[in-house]
Design a protein. Structure first.
Length: 139
């Protein structure tokens, strides 16, 4: 099993190449930091229990996000996930990101690769040298 501190260190090594990737990395770190704080320090994670732990009782990322377990304001979500031109286009999150999604939907979409980033870090720690799928574009 991987300690949460080792998983955080593995994720912090990632070098994002875009605002989206940086936001995904920030979500992954935030998810783990929150659990570390709630649980009072280091604890172990493995691929069978990590998702249940970080969802904290929510059924999925949509429920997690709608339950205000992470960012709740459109502007904050936009600032975390968008580059300067996207922020300008949406007036810093005042306008919808696109006709089919709300900012909360975009956040949910970003939490999935953050989840995969955590899983990949756990796999990398538990099985050094084993290749994981590139799920977020962040290495």
């Amino acid at each position: 099993m991987a300690s949460i501190n080792k998983v955080l260190a593995e994720i912090r090594k990632a070098k994002p190449r875009s605002a989206w990737e940086n936001g995904v990395k920030t979500y992954a770190i935030e998810l783990l930091d929150k659990q570390k704080e709630w649980r009072g320090g280091a604890f172990n994670l493995d691929t069978s229990n990590y998702k249940k732990v970080i969802l904290g009782g929510a059924q999925d990322w949509k429920q997690y996000s709608e339950g205000a377990s992470t960012l709740i304001y459109d502007e904050d979500i936009a600032k975390r996930l968008c580059n300067k031109s996207q922020l300008t286009k949406t007036r810093n999150g005042e306008l919808r990101p696109n006709p089919k999604e709300s900012w909360l939907d975009v956040q949910v979409r970003a939490l999935y690769p953050a989840d995969m980033m955590i899983r990949d870090a756990i796999v990398a720690i538990n099985a050094p040298g084993r290749k994981t799928k590139k799920t977020t574009g962040v290495q």
